[in-house]
Ligand binder design. Sequence first.
Ligand SMILES: O=C(O)CCC(=O)C(=O)O
Length: 293
Amino acid sequence: MTPEDILEQPAQVLSQSQREQYFADGFLTIPNAIPAEWLGQLRTLSKQFLDSSRKFAASDNVFDLGPAHSLDTPHVRRLKALVDRHPDFWAFASNSPLTDIAADLLGPNVKFHSSKLNYKSPGGGEVVKWHQDISAWPHTNYSLVTLGVHLDDVAYDDGPLSCVPGSHNEELFVQRDAENRWTGSIKDEDLAGVGLDCAVDMNGGAGSVIAIHCRTVHGSRANLTNNIRALPLFVFASADAFAWMPAPSPTTKTGQIVRGEPAPFAHLDPRPCPVPPNWAEEGYGSIFTAQKK
Ligand SMILES: O=C(O)CCC(=O)C(=O)O
């Protein structure tokens, strides 16, 4: 769906001006969006998984572990395919206030794409370089959004995401190095024209939701605190957006309709999108492993 078509649909939880701001800037922070019961359960699950990671020594299809990981001090970078880790993660993605927000930004027919929980450890944590998400999972159009939930208050020191306003309406960059290897990040020479000095930190209180358009240039700051910043992220698409390459981190729920009906036609956006590696053949670790290469 186009932004104009989406904005014509009645909103469920967002105001019309919040939706307009999302389409103008390419991102939005929604304060107090998640009720306390859901927030409590997400926090509990996040801590349980972090704790259960202690017994693992190497990354697998559940945990992406950092180099400092140990029994005493878990260093998890990512809990993968969240909706397959616990039924409540899927309930949250498919039938909660989060799903209502997705429908307000994507239209009445919404398809689930993927999910993960990123942990940012003290001592810097995973600084994520500037990138655009859609280049890793291209679709027939650009009506996809990532929704993140702040489990705790997030300010500058906690390592918030940072987004460049209006960058979703500009070009998509090739996220590969000179040898054509996938880097998951935008080259320095391309960044020069992006307007990084205008980037906005997505700070917010516990229970706020951050929405990032799939074309928006964004990155993520260092964690300067002694706390682990945990951020569950869920990606949704308009039902008429169809993936044309294998998903990097598919889940058992990828492609399921969570609001409305499946689309009888694909919507084709003519703006070009670079071709990512074929993840089904090459495998995908995480953005952290790709950016560290
Ligand atoms: O976890 C973060 O702070 C950033 C995550 C991100 O940008 C991504 O996973 O695409």
